[in-house]
Design a protein around this ligand. Structure first.
Ligand SMILES: Cc1cc2nc3c(=O)[nH]c(=O)nc-3n(C[C@H](O)[C@H](O)[C@H](O)COP(=O)(O)O)c2cc1C
Length: 179
């Protein structure tokens, strides 16, 4: 089993999403001691904006080779970090992770488990039109054939108590993932 961990927070050791992705990976490795872990830090090693020429095939191959993909997705300006968007631009490739057939689009990455750790400064109801993290990543991965599982830390920027509560909620959701 190969686990691919993707981090995109700019906040280093203070990052909530990085705490969550680390905890998810710990849990996965505990359950699968022989698992191979591949880590990609999109802030330490950023990908360039997509161009017609540069596809970074190694990024796609790394995704294709993974059985489980763990993604840290902090909310920046109501959406995902541009670092994470650049990664998605490398893995959404016609003929590799999706194709259009007689019945419309077909995802080709349906054999993967995708777990997304979302951290947000505020609180967002499901119908909040400012929310473009889950509202983007869920249909995006559905398009690729996968059903992402989300764990969430919310209210992180409201104050220290809410930060702790949000982190605790995320950790509890990680526990439930294993159950
Ligand atoms: C550049 C930047 C933009 C942010 N934009 C938003 C935002 O639009 N909405 C929100 O609720 N929180 C926003 N936040 C707060 C983050 O979502 C929150 O701090 C979260 O914990 C970030 O994840 P991280 O701790 O893994 O970096 C922003 C934070 C930063 C640094």
């Amino acid at each position: 089993m190969t686990i691919l961990k993707i981090d995109s927070s700019i906040s280093g050791e203070n990052s909530v999403s990085r705490r969550l992705t680390a905890a998810i990976v710990d849990q996965l490795v505990h359950a699968n001691p022989d698992a191979r872990l591949v880590e990609r830090d999109l802030v330490a090693n950023p990908l360039a904006h997509l161009t017609e020429r540069g596809q970074d095939a190694d990024v796609l191959e790394e995704f294709l080779a993974a059985d489980t993909v763990v993604i840290g997705a902090p909310m920046y300006n109501f959406s995902v970090p541009s670092q994470l968007k650049a990664w998605i631009d490398r893995i959404a490739v016609a003929g590799k992770t999706f194709r259009y057939g007689a019945n419309g689009p077909e995802g080709l990455a349906g054999d993967k488990r995708v777990i997304v750790a979302v951290s947000r400064g505020g609180f967002y109801d499901a119908d909040n039109s400012f929310e473009h993290v889950e509202a983007y990543l869920k249909p995006m991965f559905n398009f690729l054939g996968a059903e992402p599982q989300f764990v969430r830390a919310d209210g992180v920027a409201v104050g220290p108590e809410q930060r702790d509560a949000g982190l605790a909620n995320g950790m509890a959701e990680i526990e439930r993932l294993a159950a």
